[in-house]
Design a protein around this ligand. Structure first.
Ligand SMILES: C[S@@+](CC[C@H](N)C(=O)[O-])C[C@H]1O[C@@H](n2cnc3c(N)ncnc32)[C@H](O)[C@@H]1O
Ligand code: SF4
Length: 331
């Protein structure tokens, strides 16, 4: 068998980071992400846990150094402990880092397991620190439960970055309070622009808050220092010296970060996307089930050859064909 080739795309970009969605299900219904009444995928369509591990091993063999587990909500997937513990065994054996993006509702239960598995950093989504508002945005969420989860995770030794989707008229007055709260608790904060993903009832054009204006305001308030840190993802970073934390801004609609893109995404059904803002994809699940590892490698090569140079989002666009429930940010 041929040794595995590194994953280099048609433009010479080296793919070292993969976001893997482990479920389309979630215990919350954030207005910008999901409809209130969701029909989730039949179990047979979703990659089994052993298939996720098999795919991860192939990706690691091809040079992937970081895997981020996401969803839906990764911690509601049945058997997530076994999955995380199994993938954790790859850390130091090809994999540099295993991370997760979570809504935090199950963290009190799972934080010790994450630490045991070798996870050291996680992203937790938190759009409001006001209980009623949090419930409104998530349509059901209990803020105290999430804050308890964050506390448990911090106590277990996990470094936490908070992800806050900036929503015009919904939580834009909480950006400064959230920065200060993060500073008090030792968390970095990343602000995210809403993206036109998924099928949801709310009209996101009403909620779109361009982060450029927010940045100008925060610069006046805190004197931000641009950071050179790049992750190969859509975030730009600033040091907030006064607060002792780092602020990230994810501006997929207005930012340009595609040149250094080092990532691909795989949905819970095994669809691999080269770019968040494009429909370009390959289906890996049936290839894995029916044809085996070499065919998966060939499918990945097809994905890499066609990985788009950059994305095109328009806030007023018809829903792009990017799969629903694919983790979209948090990087
Ligand atoms: C899809 S969620 C999956 C992981 C987990 N359930 C969570 O909420 O962190 C990953 C991230 O995507 C963000 N997100 C979801 N829909 C979005 C949208 N339409 N625009 C911008 N960010 C979005 C969420 O806020 C979250 O930070
Ligand atoms: S953003 Fe995360 S927590 Fe909210 S509905 Fe989507 S998957 Fe669930």
């Amino acid at each position: 068998m041929m040794p595995s080739q590194p994953m280099i795309d048609g433009l010479g970009r080296h793919i070292t980071y993969v976001r893997m969605s482990v479920t389309d299900r979630c215990d919350l219904r954030c207005r910008y992400c999901m409809a209130e009444k969701m029909t989730f995928l039949p179990k047979k369509d979703v990659l089994r846990l052993d298939e996720i591990v098999e795919l991860a091993d192939m990706l690691i063999a091809r040079g992937v150094k970081r895997i981020r587990l996401t969803g839906g909500e990764p911690l509601v997937r049945k058997g997530v402990e076994q999955l995380v513990l199994e993938l954790g065994r790859r850390i130091g054996n090809g994999l540099d880092e295993l991370t997760m993006t979570t809504n935090g509702t199950q963290l009190a239960r799972f934080a010790p397991m994450l630490i045991d598995a070798g996870v050291r950093r996680i992203n937790v989504s938190l759009d409001s620190l006001q209980p009623e508002r949090f419930r409104h945005i998530t349509r059901s969420g209990d803020l105290a439960q999430v804050l308890g989860g964050i506390r448990a995770a911090t106590e277990a030794g996990l470094k936490i970055k908070i992800n806050m989707v900036a929503l015009l008229g919904l939580n834009d007055d909480e950006i400064t309070p959230m920065l200060r709260w993060c500073s008090r608790h030792g968390h970095d904060l990343t602000l995210i622009e809403t993206m036109p993903l998924g099928e949801v009832e709310d009209d996101r054009t009403d909620r779109y808050l361009p982060l450029g204006a927010v940045l100008t305001k925060l610069e006046l308030e805190f004197g931000l220092i641009p950071s050179l840190a790049r992750t190969g993802g859509p975030a730009r970073y600033f040091e907030v010296a006064e607060l002792g934390i780092r602020l990230g801004l994810i501006t997929p609609l207005s930012g340009n970060f595609c040149e250094g893109c080092n990532r691909i995404r795989i949905t819970a059904t095994g669809t691999a996307f080269g770019c968040l803002g494009h429909d370009q994809r390959v289906e890996l699940r049936d290839v894995l089930r029916n044809e085996g590892a070499e065919a998966v490698d060939r499918a990945l090569d097809t994905l890499l050859a066609g990985k788009p140079a950059g994305h095109q989002f328009r806030i007023d666009a018809a829903r792009p064909a990017v799969a629903r429930h694919m983790s979209v940010t948090g990087g």
